[in-house]
Design a protein around this ligand. Sequence first.
Ligand SMILES: Cc1cc2nc3c(=O)[nH]c(=O)nc-3n(C[C@H](O)[C@H](O)[C@H](O)COP(=O)(O)OP(=O)(O)OC[C@H]3O[C@@H](n4cnc5c(N)ncnc54)[C@H](O)[C@@H]3O)c2cc1C
Length: 429
Amino acid sequence: MAHVSGNVVMVGGGFAGVGCAKALADKGVEVTLVDRNGYHQFQPLLYQLATAQVGVSDIARPLRGIFARADSVRVVTGEVEKADPAAHSVTTSDGETFAGDALVLAAGARPNFFGTPGAEEHAFPLYSVADANRLRSRLLGLLDAVDRDPSLVDKGALTVVIVGAGATGVETAGAVSEHLRQVAPHFYKGFPADKVDVVVVDRGSVVLNGFSDKAHVFAAGRLRKDGVDIRLGVGVESVGAGHVTLTDGTELSSHVVIWAGGEQASSVIAASGLPTGRGGRVDVARDLTVPGFPGVYVLGDAANIQDADGNVLPQLGSVAQQSGRWAARNILADLEGKPRSDFEYHDKGIMAMIGRNAAVAEMGKGRHEIDGPFAFAAWLGVHASLLEGTRQKLGALLTWGWDYASRKRPQALVDDADAYAIDWDDDHE
Ligand SMILES: Cc1cc2nc3c(=O)[nH]c(=O)nc-3n(C[C@H](O)[C@H](O)[C@H](O)COP(=O)(O)OP(=O)(O)OC[C@H]3O[C@@H](n4cnc5c(N)ncnc54)[C@H](O)[C@@H]3O)c2cc1C
């Protein structure tokens, strides 16, 4: 295979960064891949990590392991604080600077709290392994507390509020409801499952916005059957340590408000000084470069990427992965003095898990709809195939099979002592 000479600095080892670095490594291009964690995390399964359905090693894999055989890829674990698009360089929090022929910003997204008072301080977002561990520890902290003192139910100990009824909110609501109502009674004798209150709030008028009408109805029906309280047309006014206030004036006592209510581009984008559009993302050209900044590519969740019809593509793993591979093609073209080409997205469809034996899937660009057990099986198959490496694919399938049969949840472990410990009187607002 002919090698191409050049070096690329990249921020982010998510779907986009890994896809891009792998394709560049195949051609021997030098890549310095900087990621704050040093591992690739599979965000679509974070809610399962939070509800102890899978373990950390099922969904996160060291970047050094992924690139162990790629001699031209150097992995650096570090927090990027500054990016200089003119110099094609980035600087980490320990002051190290890396520069290259091209700069790739694939730093993903972070939650957007839209300035909601108390949300950043008290809510539980789900963007990283650390977020999922924190949420699992809080849920286990609540269950242990109720086991010790059942009267804490009156202080909202079994009330979980999920903000946002999109795919992440729906999947999380289904999983939390199952964990509290059906799994917890296996662990805690005399557990008051009838006191569990899982509430989903959304300012919109449907659940699973972006899916078909049939999917809206199916998902809402299934969640309600599982005891989830869906409140549409209402948002969150503020979040406190032990309560949440909704825009209709309702106040709910709760010590776990899960934020699935919006996202914005990583802080690396703001720190780069690049012009931004919707969601703080960079409006990239069709070839994934940034207009006016030659050799700078912004990918995945950090970018507003258009399809051939001019529609901005959603923030999805498949968009990120494909944009990463396509950017690598264009970087290789730059290095070889050839013309770049416009990104073509292959739409394989969208899907969401709602609960045991229940999912919705809209397959392919034509959105062929399936739901129920077939969609559930398709969801498991697609997500297993997207995981990095054979060990993770097999591991996830084994873990899901075990969980389906036993509901024993061997991953139900506390590893965030701060989130586990709840101050029942700390609700001053
Ligand atoms: C809870 C959840 C569920 C989802 N479910 C689905 C789903 O079912 N299907 C689907 O298609 N999509 C889903 N998505 C969306 C999908 O995960 C994203 O579109 C995809 O991960 C974006 O890939 P990315 O490479 O752009 O960013 P990411 O995967 O977020 O990767 C960004 C990387 O950049 C690193 N990074 C960020 N900032 C810095 C910094 N300052 N310094 C160094 N490193 C940094 C991070 O550590 C991370 O490794 C879900 C997202 C979430 C949050």
